[in-house]
Ligand binder design. Sequence first.
Ligand SMILES: Cc1cc2nc3c(=O)[nH]c(=O)nc-3n(C[C@H](O)[C@H](O)[C@H](O)COP(=O)(O)OP(=O)(O)OC[C@H]3O[C@@H](n4cnc5c(N)ncnc54)[C@H](O)[C@@H]3O)c2cc1C
Length: 368
Amino acid sequence: MIDTAWPPTRAAALQRLAAVDAAAYARSRNHLEGAVTGLSPYLTHGLLSVPECLEALRLPPQHKLVYEFGWREYFRHVWVHRGEGILHSLHPGPLSDAAYAAELPQDIRRGATGVPVVDEAVRTLYARGWLHNHARLWLASYVVHARKVHWRAGADWMLAHLLDGDLGSNHLSWQWVAGTASHKPYLFDAANVARFAPPPWHSEGSAIDLERGALEALAREPRSLAAGRGVGVEEPALTNLPQEASTAEPLPGADLWLAHPWALGEAPAGTTVVALVLKEAHGQQPWSRQRWAWVQSRMAALSPRRWVVDRAGLVAALRGAARVRTLANPHISPWLPEGVQALPEPRHFPDPECCCSSFSKWWSRVSR
Ligand SMILES: Cc1cc2nc3c(=O)[nH]c(=O)nc-3n(C[C@H](O)[C@H](O)[C@H](O)COP(=O)(O)OP(=O)(O)OC[C@H]3O[C@@H](n4cnc5c(N)ncnc54)[C@H](O)[C@@H]3O)c2cc1C
């Protein structure tokens, strides 16, 4: 069930970090088989932090990889400033929101569109819980611009199947592709796929093999390409909570550290670690069983005390503890009860106080 490319251990995270080849990254990162780092599942779940990675890599500030880590912190910046506003279009895109379908069609869910680049991406997403950035861009662009599905439906679906699913990076990237957080829609053609992907993904002669002008026109008309008629694969089941049942026993007088799913790094020395799944934080976004198995495996290594509780249950279980700390994270912070001290997430770039409306504005401030 757990993809061996990302064992859920700190040792495996550090091994991946040590294996990063920054020079090869800069040359090949746009290719599906290029030297990308594969660090995202570890970053999303707090086994690594951006400052820790950049300290280990010792790169010049203008290196391409520093810039990409910057995108992660920029999306976090926007999310922290805008809160749930990121779940809605930040500004109008090429068409009104109402012109897009609210549901993702079955042929896309099943990877049966007949467009190789799309069907390969869906199969890879389900099998590995991870996609190369270029594959995410192609898939999102096809869903929104070629099939006229609202970006939110696509974003919720992709997030659920990703091992590195992060609401800020994911939903804001979908908005960037849709043109609701950027100046223009992200479009791609078959030649772009042929340049950056291996042969099974090539899509010449398929429905997306269009001239640039035709792609632009398609994105700006309510018209959708036709659904595929293939059989495809079954979408993996999703669930809001892990299978494991648990009881939360109070620990009077303890100095507690709450290791929630986005804080699975090392706990501060001397603390009693409780692995916490707070039900309210998972109400809106179900996850694949693969992701839950990954998170649970790491939680089991961190603590024998694993709590799956709602907020009221957590408040009761924390009564009498001497001190309760955790790491802040916008996926869970809004639901943490008073009295839990949430330490700020480590950031590499200083966070500007006002919300920057574009990456370039943010970058010019933080990289001064
Ligand atoms: C539609 C779409 C959805 C996405 N959803 C997510 C998501 O849920 N979680 C997630 O972590 N990333 C997401 N990304 C961003 C990016 O695709 C992944 O971070 C990256 O592919 C992870 O692989 P990697 O670690 O090998 O990245 P590398 O290319 O090796 O980059 C190193 C690190 O930099 C950061 N990074 C790189 N590119 C981006 C980017 N474009 N945006 C934000 N951070 C970036 C990541 O933390 C990544 O781990 C999404 C991108 C798109 C286009």
